[in-house]
Design a protein around this ligand. Structure first.
Ligand SMILES: [Zn+2]
Length: 87
């Protein structure tokens, strides 16, 4: 499971195939059709939670989450002009 954390408004958004934005609208992200690769942009970082741990977590248990570095399946795609909102 991948979450997008906007460093401007502190909103955390679960990523889906359709593009999602944070509350302030400056950060965005989505899964590509393979459900593995994420494209994102704006002032944010992508957070990972291991799917198996997330699905089986019990109340009171501690689990690991991590900030995912930019790798082959995490693509920052904003440019100097930034990305405009879809209309
Ligand atoms: Zn934001």
């Amino acid at each position: 499971m991948k979450l997008m954390h906007c460093t401007q408004c502190n909103d955390v958004v679960s990523l889906l195939r359709e593009e999602r934005r944070c509350r302030c609208g400056k950060a965005w992200g989505h899964y590509l059709s393979d459900d593995r690769v994420v494209e994102y942009g704006g002032p944010c970082r992508i957070i990972g939670i291991r799917d198996r741990e997330f699905l089986t977590a019990l109340p009171g248990e501690d689990h690991i989450w991590f900030v995912i570095p930019e790798l082959h399946n995490i693509r920052r795609v904003d440019n100097a002009a930034g990305r405009t909102k879809k209309s």
